[in-house]
Ligand binder design. Structure first.
Ligand code: AMP
Length: 572
């Protein structure tokens, strides 16, 4: 598969169809020129042979009911005469087949995608219900080919939904129920995670149960109150819109008639009850009790209804996961699968982490970690550094990878030289920032904050792609040698401190006169520094004693300075 050519994810639904693609690492659903991401699965074939698809076709239905085809998915994959089935007159009249009609919907979705992406696409992942048999799956595939699409995968709808909900991160043998109540169909599936992939354990449902039925019941209720015909398309449309509003508001009105959510729920109760037996059946076929499920996810526009959510909660005894848009979950999952197949979603799904710490060398050859190991990428972190020596005019930054305390024991990934104006020790301010992108590319930015001058370095791959054995060896060494390493770190830090203290003490003594105690402490520090063996803790303690002993020197220095100042001004 060509990694640069996108693969579409398509939810070819009974009522609505959607198309998506992975763009810059993110799955997105594509909108048509009217900004709509959902296309009604309707096709109208005019007398002159002109074909329209989607909302336009749906509008034609009132004018040309015999030329408009909806819910073709219910017919796909069946042959005339099979199981006593005869194709609906609309298809035979129009001399077309379910595969050809589905192909028109797919062609339309392909065009929506090509317009949005400004490039041609030739491959797709298409979802089908879990219960579709081989003939139905093949028919769907053929429809794709007729539409000019190579169908790289036929994906089960519940699996797609689970992918959209991010459930591919579930552990082995965890189980999910997917409760899918759309416009025209109800599906319940139980999935189990096995070897990192979903297995459909059982599936049940009703291909003639969905939100449309509730619309008709509500239309009957409205028509009766207003003395209208329940078949009137205007009433039917109003019923759907009132129903949707009641998912959010407690009341809605149509033609002066107020309808409350409680009234809708009274009508909807027997309708939603129809899903119970299917759910119990799916659980029993999977040999499971509701308590054994790890997640229950909601799919299909009708699961936006508070009543449906409450019903599922009661039936399964657990709060359903509603974190995704239920009417977009399948398309999103198909898109994620397409992204995995095309290679464009690798990093996002694997959630790569840094196998080893990344840092830079600091004074005395120590490792200073900037991004610790096991950090999820992308990641960004930084620190400020200064010059260790007066009049330095640049700083060499060595970029290191590894877990050892000393720079020399880690691996060098690269180095950059940062120039800055010379000045006293500690006067330079260089900010070093590491940013590791989703592809594992490490960008190092060093900025002299005085001049705002940037020095950058890009290190590809090595920050993430390290052979497992090398990572293991590095970690094992860091653990085995942890004691020695830590001793070296404390030693180095103590040595830096001693090298700072000793000249300052000598200068103070020269100014204030000798102190036996201070001399003795300084001599001890010098002795420890000269020993061939590094006794880190002893040196640290000796530094501390020297520091304490010089406290009185510091006080004397200040007093002396004040006396001199007062004397200069003739005050003593
Ligand atoms: P789908 O097949 O997933 O596109 O779902 C379509 C069905 O969901 C239709 O019956 C819609 O009326 C219904 N639906 C969409 N949004 C809502 C909503 N907010 N409340 C209730 N039903 C809705």
């Amino acid at each position: 598969m060509n990694p640069n050519s996108p693969i579409l994810g398509i939810d070819l639904g009974t009522t609505n169809s959607l198309v998506g693609v992975v763009d810059s690492g993110f799955p997105i659903l594509l909108a048509d020129e009217n900004g709509s991401r959902s296309t009604p699965s309707a096709v109208c074939i005019a007398e002159d042979g002109t074909i329209t698809v989607g909302a336009v076709a749906l509008r034609q239905r009132a004018l040309h009911p015999t030329r408009t085809i909806t819910s073709v998915k219910r017919l796909i994959g069946r042959r005339p005469g099979e199981g006593g089935w005869v194709p609906p007159y609309v298809l035979s009249d129009l001399q077309t087949t379910p595969v050809e009609v589905s192909a028109e919907i797919l062609k339309h979705l392909k065009a929506v995608a090509e317009r949005a992406l400004e490039q041609s696409v030739s491959q797709a992942v298409i979802t089908v219900p879990a219960y579709f048999n081989d003939a139905q799956r093949n028919a769907t595939k053929r429809a794709g080919e007729l539409a000019g699409l190579e169908v790289v995968r036929i994906l089960s709808e519940p699996t797609a939904a689970a992918l959209a909900y991010g459930l591919d991160k579930l552990g082995e043998h965890q189980k999910v129920a997917v409760y899918d109540l759309g416009g025209g169909t109800f599906d319940i599936s139980v999935l189990e995670m096995r070897d990192g992939a979903f297995q459909v354990l059982s599936t049940a449902g009703d291909t003639q149960l969905g939100g449309d039925d509730l619309d008709r019941m509500l239309a009957g209720f409205i028509a009766e109150k207003l003395n209208l015909s329940a078949k009137d398309i205007r009433v039917l449309e109003a019923a759907e819109s009132v129903k949707k509003r009641l998912s959010v508001d407690e009341a809605a009105s149509f033609d002066g008639l107020d309808i409350t959510r409680a009234e809708l729920e009274k009508i909807a109760r027997p309708w939603i009850e129809c899903t119970r037996l299917h759910c119990l059946r799916a659980l029993s076929d999977a040999n499971l009790k509701a308590e054994q499920l790890d997640e229950i996810i909601l799919v299909g526009g009708s699961t936006r209804m508070p009543l449906v959510r409450e019903y599922v909660r009661e039936l399964f005894g657990r709060e359903p996961n509603t974190s995704q848009n239920p009417d977009e979950a399948i398309a999103l999952g198909a898109t994620i699968q397409a992204g995995i197949l095309s290679g464009s979603l690798r990093q996002v799904l694997l959630l790569d982490v840094t196998p080893l710490s990344l840092g830079i060398e600091t004074f005395g050859g120590l490792m200073n970690i900037i991004i610790p190991r096991n950090t999820t990428i992308p990641a960004k972190a930084g620190e400020m550094f200064t010059n260790a020596v007066a009049n330095q005019d640049s700083m060499l930054i060595r970029i290191l990878q590894g877990e050892r305390e000393l720079a020399k024991d880690n691996w060098e990934l690269g180095r950059i030289e940062v120039p800055f104006p010379p000045g006293p020790k500690g006067s330079a301010r260089v900010g070093v920032q590491f940013s590791l992108d989703a592809d594992g590319i490490l960008n190092v930015l060093a900025r002299d904050t005085a001049t705002n001058q940037d020095t950058t370095l890009e290190i590809s791959g090595t920050a993430i792609d390290v052979e497992d054995e090398r990572v293991e060896q590095m970690i094992a060494e860091s653990v085995d040698l942890a004691f020695e390493d830590m001793n070296e770190r404390i030693w180095t830090e103590a040595k830096l401190k001693a090298e700072e203290l000793l000249p300052a003490v000598d200068a103070a003594l020269a100014q204030l006169g000798e102190s036996v105690e201070v001399r003795a402490c300084a001599a001890e520090v010098r002795r420890l520094l000269d020993l061939p063996e590094h006794d880190a803790r002893a040196l640290k303690a000796a530094n501390q004693q020297l520091d304490d002993a010089t406290q009185s020197l510091a006080v004397m220095l200040i007093e002396r300075a004040m006396e001199e100042s007062l004397a200069r001004r003739g005050l003593v």
